[in-house]
Design a protein around this ligand. Structure first.
Ligand code: ATP
Length: 270
């Protein structure tokens, strides 16, 4: 039996194209699975439909063709068993950090004593103990992002969907967040579907990298990343086997990138 937590099967997606009768075909015949406890990164050119796939897994969008299943169950309504971490932190500015993180439990009717305990645990797990009473505007971008991750972890979703979660962060904060996410994912045995533009981020974090092509997008390849854990996210090239893993992804992905201008030095022959 397949141990897939999420299964995308023959996914096609058309959207109406403004000013045209013909719809725009974004996804075409795309299939892949996310196994339990695995970290799967999705990369692909801008506009190829990566975020669209996450919306389908969350049950916010029904594919035009094909099916998405969660532990074998067809997703045909909002999927409350997934957690979603968007690119922007999206904490409510009028609520404190602990009130923001507590919100999913409040909506699920969890009693106050358990809420307090789980908020404390969730904030500790992302290194934010002591900031409970701060408002989002009093926190750095990285801290807000940690708060947003804590708000997702607190209700212990079966799968965590992450849409370029670190894209807006500065380079140093981003590496620290990658490091912390790796630790969190390992400790919790979490199942994660992670969209990124960054090949290095995908290779250093993921167990496998799904590579999508230009629109109408289909699966170009799924590359397993067998690097030992924990991995060094600060100096990725120091992980034994990193270069070969990066090359395996890049050799597929490079065909999708339009390199219009090459530097003169690269043109020169020795
Ligand atoms: N609700 C919608 N209605 C119409 N078109 C849409 C809708 N959602 C997405 N699209 C179109 O589908 C395509 C794919 O969008 P999507 O956001 O999934 O791409 P992406 O790969 O995540 O892009 P990026 O890497 O730039 O974030 C885009 O051309 C977008 O304009």
């Amino acid at each position: 039996m397949s141990d897939a937590v999420l299964a995308f099967e023959g996914i096609g997606q058309d959207f109406p194209a403004p000013g045209s009768q013909a719809p725009i075909r974004v996804l075409d015949g795309l299939s892949f699975e996310v196994a339990s406890g695995k970290f799967v990164a999705v990369i692909g050119p801008s506009g190829c439909g990566k975020s669209t796939l996450l919306q389908m897994a969350a049950g916010l969008l029904k594919p035009t063709r094909g099916t998405v299943r969660h532990r074998g169950r067809l997703i045909d309504a909002v999927n409350r068993e997934v957690g979603f971490v968007p690119q922007q932190a999206q904490l409510f500015p009028w609520k404190t950090l602990s009130e923001n993180v507590e919100l999913p439990l409040l909506l699920r009717g969890i009693a106050v004593a358990e809420r307090r305990q789980r908020v404390a645990e969730a904030l500790a797990s992302v290194g934010l103990s002591g900031f409970e009473d701060y408002y989002p505007s009093q926190l750095s971008g990285g801290m807000q992002k940690r708060g947003s991750i804590a708000r997702t972890l607190i209700y212990r979703p079966d799968v965590i969907l992450m849409d370029e979660p670190f894209g807006a962060l500065d380079a140093q904060t981003r590496m620290v967040m990658q490091h912390d996410l790796q630790t969190l994912a390992q400790d919790a045995g979490a199942t994660i579907l992670f969209v990124t533009h960054d090949i290095t981020e995908a290779v250093v974090l993921a167990d496998s990298v799904v590579i999508m092509g230009q629109r109408p997008s289909h699966l170009l390849a799924t590359i397993p990343i067998d690097l030992a854990r924990p991995r060094d996210v600060f100096e990725p090239f120091r992980n034994p086997g990193y270069e070969a893993a990066y090359d395996a992804v890049w050799s597929v992905f490079r065909s999708q990138i339009n390199i219009r201008h090459r530097a003169p030095a690269m043109e020169a022959t020795p």
